[in-house]
Design a protein around this ligand. Sequence first.
Ligand SMILES: Cc1ncc(COP(=O)(O)O)c(C=O)c1O
Length: 272
Amino acid sequence: LSLWLINGEACQGLSPLDRGLAYGDGLFETLAIIRGRISLWDLHLQRLALGCDRLGLSCPDAGLLHCEVQSLSGQETGVAKIILTRGQGAVGYLADPQQAPTRLVGFRTHPQLPPAREIAPIRARICQTRLAIQPRLAGIKHLNRLEQVLARQEWTDPSIGEGLMLDSEGFLVEGISSNLFLLEGERLITPLLDRCGVAGTLRRLVMTLAPQLGLEVVEERLLPERALQAEALGVCNALTGLSPLASLDSTDFKPSRHFTQLTALVWDAAFQ
Ligand SMILES: Cc1ncc(COP(=O)(O)O)c(C=O)c1O
């Protein structure tokens, strides 16, 4: 089941002139809907607003977006997607400031939602494909995702659940579609996202909740060796919650009590 609205109307297809299609000139959000309730709505809106600010797009009214998502989801559980583009282009990269943005809202049911409250640890690998450093795009969820597309083609083994990506200088940034946390004693460390990467909504939730377990949250520039030597690793996104890693390449990790507790705390806040 997949339903879409474009600018509030039942989907009639997107113009081939849309700048989202031509240049990736836009933003998106992927949201978990649990029995009709939009999970982490405020965090998704904040990131969308930040992206609009960076790209110079006008942000749609929050109430309108909320209504459109709920009109599609009803009381169901699934995934909603909001895509906002700069609208139909003239010719070339120069944007017309008068051009109205295109707003797409979609919903589909999703058998993996909500995730299990006790998430099974997943295996991860380090990808060869690097993320380019571009501070003006760092943190926002823009439509250019070719780095992630290339990185995800690097393996087909279905037992590997996520790939971690480094930036062009070799620092760890995030997972292909998730953010990363490392546990070192009572410190929960996550890569700085000031030069590239997407600042995840679930990452923000984890950072807010971790102090309840006595963990100090730190953002740092991290080399992959730090991850291989950490006590525990976890990746998170808005659809899966916080998943501990069982292994990274050939390094195995033991289950961590802190991560188990954090995963449950996050689950209660995001998926109940
Ligand atoms: C590249 C990338 N980083 C991080 C995330 C995590 O973001 P969120 O927690 O909002 O799902 C995603 C989500 O799909 C992503 O695609």
